[in-house]
Design a protein around this ligand. Structure first.
Ligand code: CUA
Length: 286
């Protein structure tokens, strides 16, 4: 298509230059008609029909069911983050958020949903983008062929913080991936550090558990991202901040200004030592 469009572009520019500089006399009616019919009607019709049938011929491949050994991952676009659920073969789903790990050389099928507005799921380095449409499930199949860290984004304007919903995608060796998924499936690993324990107390006392789940604790909310292993993730706030202590404090105190219109309220009213303890607790959830 690129080569074809360059040839057509050169032809068009050539004709324009020819018409502008070479011919001083008006074209004969006959040849003008011929040019319009051939170049303006027949040529584009044949060319576009060819491209259309080529595009349609690829469709059955894209709509066919995923190979049986595919990994299935359910992703929901939220306001403005990503709910991620690994649909394991043994029937026990693994919930996480805002980060996706994939085993290299394994076909993956993403099942894409949205509860309210249209988002578009896109990992430019790995595959095409597919809209997440409320009321239906769309699918994206891909197979990562090289190890590395990539970035996924939302590619459909979905509201104020549309540009602030990114997610890292890590393609790992199969063994590393299996280890990672096993760990993600486990309940939270509690830290024995006093400050983390104080943070946990504050987390539960401040009502964070009404929106967030930390498996293995009374926190079982499903409004916001699952935080069971939030400390192990590359980023905080869906690709917004690094996963560092200071970033947790910053996020907790100013979530509403860092990500306008986010559902998460800011907890700037908490005294700084308590914010610090909360940050230590969250970062300890590896
Ligand atoms: Cu979600 Cu744009």
């Amino acid at each position: 298509m690129s080569i074809g469009s360059v040839i057509i572009w050169l032809g068009t520019v050539g004709l324009t230059l020819y018409a502008s500089f070479r011919t001083r006399e008006p074209a004969r009616e006959k040849s003008a008609q011929w040019l319009i019919v051939a170049g303006g009607i027949v040529f584009p019709t044949v060319l576009l029909a060819g491209l259309l049938s080529y595009g349609l011929s690829m469709l059955p491949d894209m709509l066919a069911p995923a190979p049986p050994d595919s990994m299935r991952i359910l992703v929901r676009g939220e306001q403005w983050w990503w709910r991620v659920r690994y649909l394991a073969a043994d029937g026990h789903p693994v919930d996480l958020a805002n980060e996706i790990c994939l085993p290299v050389g394994t076909p993956v099928e993403f099942q894409l949903e949205s509860p309210d507005v249209i988002h578009s799921f896109w990992i430019p380095a790995l595959g095409g983008k597919v809209d997440m449409i409320p009321g239906r499930q769309t699918r994206l199949r891909l197979e990562p062929t090289r190890i590395g860290e990539f970035r996924g984004v939302c590619a459909e304007y979905c509201g104020t913080s549309h540009a602030l919903m990114g997610f890292p995608v890590l393609v790992l060796e199969k063994e590393d991936f299996a280890r990672w998924l096993k760990r993600q499936a486990e309940p939270a690993h509690e830290s024995t550090e006093p400050l983390a324990a104080r943070g946990k107390h504050s987390f539960l006392a401040s009502g964070c558990g009404a929106c967030h789940t930390v498996r293995g604790t009374p926190a079982d909310g499903v409004v916001g991202p699952d935080l069971t292993h939030v400390g192990s993730r590359r980023t905080l706030g869906a690709g917004l901040l690094a996963n560092e202590l200071d970033d947790y404090v910053h996020w907790l105190a100013h979530a509403d200004t860092l990500k306008p219109d986010v559902h998460m309220p800011a907890f700037g009213m908490l005294p700084p030592p308590e914010l610090r303890a909360l940050a230590v607790y969250l970062e300890s959830l590896q």
